[in-house]
Ligand binder design. Structure first.
Ligand SMILES: [Zn+2]
Length: 265
């Protein structure tokens, strides 16, 4: 299935009430994958918005075009936070430009990423390494970072609308694809954005997308990934949205549970 046939291709579409999604074509070697950005209207009465993920570096300008187009319909909007499901390059590409263009926006990270951003000079690995690779050496002002801590998720300002859930331990040492560090549950619709915890892709053999595991690098990493999917399957949610998804409607929790039941750890 071609990514460009998705209704939300390079364009924010309301896929559930107050959840908007735009999907971009991620080219990574021979791969062409959909990569989605979610835009949540967390407080419609006050026109307050939150982004979940920021696409890959090759799609920055297309993402900003989509964002500008979208907000033409919402004058006087406030874009308050950038949330990250995890720290890979294909989800973090636009962070620097967003911080630059939106002077009040803050970057929200899960505790595992805090190590990198506590330093004035950001030169760690994973998220920051990838940012540095793209942009050269960069600095993220500590005042513009909000840390989500385990067991203290309720400190997040919009916890009652967009609840952060640590699905499994984040394994920083893996440069290849990994588990979602934080998932975000949209309470009003009971939909959860799970990053790369699992994927829903069509293949050359099969045009209908199928659920698959993300890439893993070691047997223990593979086990963490399976554990995170089992954790998602235990949640009392309705729809699961992977960041790489060839469908418009996400996955029903029953499909995720059926997939989780096939996984042996
Ligand atoms: Zn990804």
């Amino acid at each position: 299935m071609s990514i460009s046939t998705l209704q939300d291709f390079e364009n924010f579409i309301e896929i559930f009430p107050n959840i908007y999604r735009a999907t971009f074509n991620l080219q990574f070697g021979p791969l062409h994958w959909p990569v989605s950005i979610f835009l949540i209207n967390v407080e419609p009465s006050n026109n307050i918005w939150i982004l979940i993920d920021t696409a890959d570096p090759d799609n920055i300008s297309k993402f900003f075009t989509a964002l500008t187009q979208h907000f033409l319909k919402f004058p006087n909007y406030q874009l308050k936070y950038i949330l990250l499901t995890h720290d890979h390059f294909d989800h973090t590409g636009s962070i620097l430009r967003l911080l630059d263009e939106y002077k009040d926006i803050k970057l929200v990270l899960g505790e595992p990423e805090s190590f990198h951003t506590n330093n004035k000079n950001v030169n760690g690995n994973t998220h920051t390494q990838q940012l540095a690779t793209v942009e050269g050496k960069i600095t993220v002002d500590k005042n513009r970072i909000v840390m989500i801590k385990r067991e203290k998720e309720e400190e997040f300002e919009f916890f009652n609308v967009l609840k952060p859930i640590f699905i499994a331990d984040h394994t920083l040492e893996f440069v290849s694809n990994n588990i979602g560090s934080i998932s975000y549950l949209h309470i009003p619709t009971n939909c959860i954005m799970v990053g790369d915890s699992l994927m829903n892709l069509s293949t050359s053999q099969c045009s209908e997308p199928v659920i698959s595991l993300p890439f893993t690098s070691t047997p223990s990493h593979l086990n963490s990934v399976k554990e995170s999917i089992k954790n998602i399957a235990r949640l009392d949610v309705k729809i699961v949205f992977p960041a790489h998804d060839h469908s418009q409607k996400g996955l029903s929790i029953n499909d995720v549970r059926a997939f989780a039941n096939t996984l042996k750890t």
